[in-house]
Design a protein around this ligand. Structure first.
Ligand SMILES: Cc1cc2nc3c(=O)[nH]c(=O)nc-3n(C[C@H](O)[C@H](O)[C@H](O)COP(=O)(O)OP(=O)(O)OC[C@H]3O[C@@H](n4cnc5c(N)ncnc54)[C@H](O)[C@@H]3O)c2cc1C
Length: 538
């Protein structure tokens, strides 16, 4: 039987990224994927007539520019175009719009509060400072603070130096920021409820936490620290949907000689004498390799695919306790035309923005209360976009695709599996929420795909459908992600590595976990590094 240099398990965008950098270094690599399509949560699916749905992730910002360049993703068809602003519709018929243009943004905020409009500049500068601090560590391995290895000590000194250079006040602020709630953070700047509600959404997307939960200020950062063409904080649409990201990385992998196998689900990662020798597929085939790189989440990798006997009990326990809770759902809709939102002026640029339908901090928190009660939010926070306004490739002429990301949606309803009636009721709550502000919307719906965390788990294998492969709280970040002592992409099994979103720097369509893992593997195999350095563009 042939022995590969490496098997990568899972053709999501991180698995493909790791595979591409390994193949570029001359390794003989096969990437195996359980589905009959690639992309994992960065995918475009043809689920209704001529529509292409970004049916999991829907907007792009976090993808590291260094990786985009190193893999020449433009040559493999990736194009990301920025979109602008956001709008929050209000129960009283008004709306709050957020714009890229500073003058317009100031005037709009001042319509609600001169104080808030003046505070926005400081808020932006402070938040951006935190972004720039963390951006520098995305494309590097988190140092282990207990280690005396030169690479760990060097990186710790670098981080310490950056931290010290902030100045005394900002050091205090940084530590507070990483542990406080998004509600407390916003209270320090703003007084207007709808403005706080509009900004707080980024603190809870993808998490099983509420706006008052400690740690959610950091989650907000996770949504601001990306960029499109160097504009930090901007988001964009991948032309053709989010599958274009994965497709382009797969293109780079195959151009480097890599082999891609779909419908090749892994049942077991084979371990002999503490070392992996390959994988056993669900169909009974075995593939051997010197190293196995898992892009599955940490629970699926170690609790489902590795024999418990092969793992230290303390490690196994930590993995069991890793927080990876389902909290988000999705409703993807094919539309016969563009819905109108009468609160907006005709031709408003806000049609190109993301749209929200909750206008107070109390409503934001109550949406979380429903999740804690074991059900979906009856007054949900919806992050809605219509990418086809700027990308005509995803739907026929004159028609549209609408993506609704929904917070909150539990993995189980009151502790048991979802029924199809409950799934429909969840979808209806989202559609009703939007209809409250768009009277013609319902009449334009041609098809809707309703996805609960249970559906997401069934389809792409992410435990509980948690979009980040694990909560982004301080106890699960940097050298704690996924487990202290194993945050450098290696595992207790010799030759078995992790490269999915459960490892530093976490979830989102960023490709950094995959690239960081490849760098460590190449170092262990004493091969030249193909993974780019951080640009240091900040
Ligand atoms: C609903 C939703 C909305 C999101 N929205 C956004 C967004 O707009 N922007 C953003 O940046 N991020 C978003 N995210 C997060 C982001 O998409 C994910 O964090 C990221 O795509 C995960 O990538 P990954 O490669 O680490 O893992 P995955 O994409 O989960 O890939 C893992 C792969 O492994 C495969 N697999 C699983 N088990 C096996 C097995 N046994 N054998 C073989 N293959 C297996 C899966 O099929 C999958 O292809 C969203 C995620 C979801 C779910």
């Amino acid at each position: 039987m042939k022995t590969y240099d490496a098997i990568v398990v899972g053709a999501g965008h991180n698995g493909l990224t790791a595979a591409a950098f390994l193949a570029k270094a001359g390794l003989d690599v096969v990437c195996v994927e359980k589905n009959d399509y690639i992309g994992g949560a960065a995918v475009s699916r043809n689920l209704y007539k001529d529509w292409w749905y970004s049916n999991c992730s829907y907007v792009c910002s976090l993808l590291r520019p260094e990786i985009y360049r190193a893999l020449e993703l433009h040559k493999h068809g990736l194009q990301v175009t920025p979109y602008g602003g956001s709008v929050t519709f209000m129960e009283n018929g008004d709306y709050y719009g957020s714009y890229h243009d500073h003058e317009v943004a100031y005037r709009e905020m001042a319509r609600f509060s001169r104080h808030d409009a003046d505070a926005y500049k400081t808020y932006s500068a402070d938040t951006m400072r935190q972004c720039r601090f963390i951006r520098d560590f995305l494309l590097s391995t988190a140092p282990d603070p207990t280690s005396f290895r030169p690479s760990d000590i060097r990186e710790l000194i670098r981080i310490g130096g950056k931290f010290m250079n902030m100045g005394e006040d900002r050091m205090y602020e940084t530590i507070r920021f990483w542990t406080m709630s998004v509600a407390e953070y916003l209270d320090e700047y703003f007084e207007t409820d709808v403005i706080k509600a509009a900004f707080s959404g980024s603190g809870i997307i993808g998490t099983a936490l509420g706006i008052h939960s400690p740690g959610t200020a950091y989650v907000l950062l996770h949504h601001y620290m990306g960029d499109v063409d160097g504009n930090v904080g901007s988001w964009g649409f991948a032309r053709g949907g989010m599958g274009s990201v994965s497709k382009s990385i797969a293109g780079a992998f195959q151009a480097a000689g890599g082999e891609l196998r779909t419908e090749a689900g892994v049942d077991q990662i084979i371990v002999k004498n503490g070392k992996t020798t390959g994988v056993a597929l669900e169909n009974g085939d075995e593939i051997s390799a010197r190293v196995v790189v898992s892009a599955m989440d940490v629970k699926r990798t170690f609790l489902k695919c590795v024999d418990q006997e092969e793992l230290p009990p303390a490690f196994y326990k930590r993995v069991e306790n890793f927080k990876i809770r389902g909290s988000s759902g999705k409703v993807n809709i094919a539309l016969d035309g563009l819905p109108t939102f009468p609160a907006l002026p005709e031709g408003s640029s806000l049609y190109h923005s993301d749209m929200h339908f909750i206008d107070s901090m109390e409503r934001m928190e109550r949406a979380y209360d429903d999740w804690k009660d074991g059900t979906w939010s009856k007054d949900p926070y919806v992050d809605m976009v219509i990418p086809t306004i700027s990308d005509p490739t995803m739907a026929p002429p004159g028609k549209h695709f609408m993506s609704c990301f929904v917070q909150y949606c539990p993995y189980q309803v009151e502790g048991r599996a979802w029924t199809s009636e409950e799934r429909d009721a969840f979808g209806k709550s989202v559609i009703d929420q939007i209809s409250n502000y768009s009277p013609d919307f319902k009449g334009l719906i041609l098809h809707a795909e309703i996805r609960t965390p249970q559906d997401i788990e069934a389809e792409i294998g992410i435990t509980e459908g948690n979009i980040f492969h694990g909560e982004l709280t301080m106890d699960q970040l940097l050298f704690n992600r996924p487990v202290p002592g194993y945050a450098q992409y290696r595992s207790p099994v010799d030759g078995l590595y992790m490269c999915g979103s459960s490892v530093h720097p976490g979830g989102g369509v960023m490709a950094a976990p995959g690239a960081n893992a490849a760098r460590e593997i190449l170092s262990d195999l004493k091969r030249p590094n193909t993974v780019p350095e951080n640009f240091g563009d900040d």
